[in-house]
Design a protein around this ligand. Structure first.
Ligand code: GLV
Ligand code: MN
Ligand code: MN
Length: 402
């Protein structure tokens, strides 16, 4: 087998930043990474295309050409200053598994399609999972109108990338099932002393963007009691988000981005924009937390005399994995001599887009210290190779749902 770890290292060079991995959706480094991925797919015996939603699709025919496909996917976009393995491991491990079948001249009773999605992180545009939703036949056309920080429309960025906003419906894949290999991004497998785990469900998530508008003014002349400081108000809101996130087990809430305008040392902040990300395995708990956070922000705004605007973003309920797929993944893990272990995913994944559409499941790979969304993200070559072996075993024994 070729060296998966070396490929993951080489792939990390497709970045907008020198010395750090930042590969936002539909950016030039994303396009360069997609081109490299297509080369690797072709070398592994796949027929390749970029679908209208910007997903790289590689197809390895089964014993009978035109047979229905089993989908293997993950994403090749990253957060800013990312680790090398989030998303990329799942795509390149799938290519590695197909390359092995191709090397052996082995054809399965079904085709395999490897999907390299481009919009899982949701860092650039207000929505996320657009590539996987399109593949699942669930793309929301409202996403096309979303704009990035610089005002670029999603539809224009997609077209410049090589996609086709008018033909997104054609990205839908008719398939047997969807499987995803991904790093755990948490510490549980490491604590259990296990290289692999089987995912039971993916937590739901709600994201929104809050704009607080006060009054900009001179930092030296406006007395404290006459100010409407948007940042001081936002600071109270951020603490309310944190407090709510900490209020129930299994609930988390994060403000991950905050910008102050005009952003000068001697100007009272007139406007602040920040993001909120709320997650839980229990959808009712997540929804009530979102409501409570909105009410807490409104209360702070009323008390401080600032205006509040809330724009909804990504919103997805928890996604249970399919019991039949979970059982097949677990059986392969056991056959590899690893104690089977089931766990939920706190992070979101492309697999969510397929829940209720196709049988869906995920194989998690241990990562060092549970660290992710951080350049310190780390996995071992042994665990990565084991994941490819288990994936091959799942493929060779795969039984479509009756
Ligand atoms: C993606 O990594 C997410 O869970 O935000
Ligand atoms: Mn990911
Ligand atoms: Mn991620």
């Amino acid at each position: 087998m070729s060296d998966l770890m070396a490929r993951l290292d080489a792939f990390a060079a497709f970045s907008a930043d020198d010395g750090a991995l930042t590969r936002l959706c539909f950016s030039p480094p994303h396009r360069a990474a997609a081109d490299r991925l297509m080369e690797w797919m072709r070398a592994a015996g796949m027929a390749v295309h970029l679908d209208p939603a910007g997903t790289v699709v590689g197809r390895y025919e089964g014993a009978r050409p035109g047979a229905p496909a089993l989908l293997l996917g993950s994403h090749i976009d990253t957060v800013r200053n990312a680790g090398k393995y989030d998303g990329n491991l799942g795509v390149l491990a799938a290519v590695e598994a197909v390359a092995e079948l191709n090397r052996l001249g082995e054809r399965l009773p079904f085709a395999i399609e490897v999907l390299g999605f481009g919009d899982e992180e949701g860092v650039r545009f207000p929505v996320t999972l657009t590539g996987s939703r399109a593949a699942a036949g669930r793309f929301d056309p409202a996403a096309l109108e979303g704009r990035d920080r610089d005002g670029v429309r999603f539809a224009d960025a997609l077209a410049a990338f090589g996609g086709d906003p008018a033909r997104i419906a054609e990205a839908k894949r008719d398939a047997l099932a969807y499987l995803e290999v991904h790093i755990e991004q948490g510490p549980v497998l490491e604590a259990e002393g296990l290289p692999l785990g089987t995912v039971t469900a993916i937590n739901g998530a709600t994201r929104f963007t809050v704009t607080v508008t006060g009054m900009a003014g001179h930092a030296g002349t406006v007395p404290m009691e006459l100010r409407r400081d948007a940042l001081a108000a936002a600071a109270e809101m951020v603490l309310a988000v944190e407090a709510r996130g900490a209020s129930a087990p299994g609930l988390v809430a994060t403000v991950g981005r905050l910008e102050t305008f005009p952003g000068a040392v001697n100007v009272i902040p007139g406007r602040v924009v920040f993001t909120v990300d709320v997650r839980a395995s229990d959808d009712a708990l997540r929804r009530s937390a979102v409501q409570a956070i909105r009410e807490a922000c409104a209360a702070v705004a009323g008390r401080r005399g600032v205006a509040l605007d809330v724009q909804p973003g990504h919103d997805a309920d928890a996604a249970p994995c399919s019991p039949g797929v979970v059982a097949q993944i677990e059986a392969a893990v056991r056959r590899a001599g690893v104690r089977p272990f089931r766990l939920p995913s706190g992070a979101g994944h492309d697999a969510m887009a397929f829940t209720g559409v196709l049988p869906m499941g995920m194989l998690f790979v241990r990562c060092k210290g549970g660290i992710s969304h951080n350049p310190a993200e780390s996995i071992t070559a042994e665990d990565a190779a084991l994941a490819v072996r288990v994936l091959l075993d799942i493929l060779r024994n795969f039984e479509p749902a009756p």
